[in-house]
Design a protein around this ligand. Structure first.
Ligand code: IMP
Length: 204
């Protein structure tokens, strides 16, 4: 049995501006005031768990405990089939402390080309995964997951989105996530899928 969200304020337990913008847009029109972890001066916990679910729970719990309010966290990443699922939970870390995603994208495409001999022969299948955790200050948690399959391109394309968006073409599309409008990306994305499931189950 799900616990419904009946409060009027929700903390977004993220310091990632791209994620915050997407989550805020998905929560618009649901009659809830959204506060970000940064706005509340909450610390960013270290992501020490081995999977998305564990890290989403860790971030949501930390923010709920520190703020005394229900908190929503997203843990997400890019799984590349030809790299045995990497970077996965380490997606943010591949960009280094400077959050340099040009380098992270070049590492993904470079490792793929190297492993398969050349880019043409590489297994370019990939998926974005998002696990959302909504945690209450009393310790109760709810989880929702979203996944979108697609293919990688070698040359980054597009100015929208964030992270690995410029090299990811979702299934059935020709444009990368970074070439889609925000509304188009949300309709297809792992985070959009997970958030719509959460809203349907927990919100009125
Ligand atoms: P974390 O959940 O804070 O560990 O970070 C997730 C990382 O996965 C982000 O920093 C991005 O590198 C990547 N990622 C997650 N969702 C997306 C997305 O929608 N587009 C592009 N990259 C993403």
């Amino acid at each position: 049995m799900h616990r419904r969200f009946t409060g009027d304020t929700l903390v977004l337990a993220s310091h990632n501006p791209g994620k915050l913008r997407e989550l805020q847009e998905l929560l618009a029109d649901h009659g809830v005031t959204v506060r970000s972890a940064g706005e509340l001066g909450l610390a960013e916990p270290e992501e020490t768990e081995p999977d998305f679910r564990g890290n989403a729970a860790l971030k949501a719990h930390a923010a709920a405990t520190a703020s005394g309010l229900p908190a929503l966290a997203d843990d997400s990443g890019l799984e590349v089939m030809g790299l045995d699922g990497r970077p996965g939970v380490h997606s943010a870390r591949w960009a280094g402390p400077g959050k340099d995603f040009a380098t992270a994208m070049a590492r993904v495409t470079g490792e793929l080309a190297e492993r398969f001999g050349d880019w043409q022969s590489a297994d370019k299948r990939a998926a974005f995964v998002s696990v959302l955790c909504l945690a209450w200050p009393d310790g109760h948690t709810e989880f929702f997951e979203g996944r979108v399959a697609g293919e990688l391109v070698r040359e980054p394309r597009g100015e929208g989105g964030f992270g690995y968006d410029p090299i990811f073409v979702p299934e059935g599309q020709k444009r990368t996530f970074a070439e889609l409008s925000r509304t188009e990306k949300s309709a297809l994305s792992h985070r959009g899928i997970a958030m719509r499931a959460l809203l349907a189950a927990l919100f009125r």
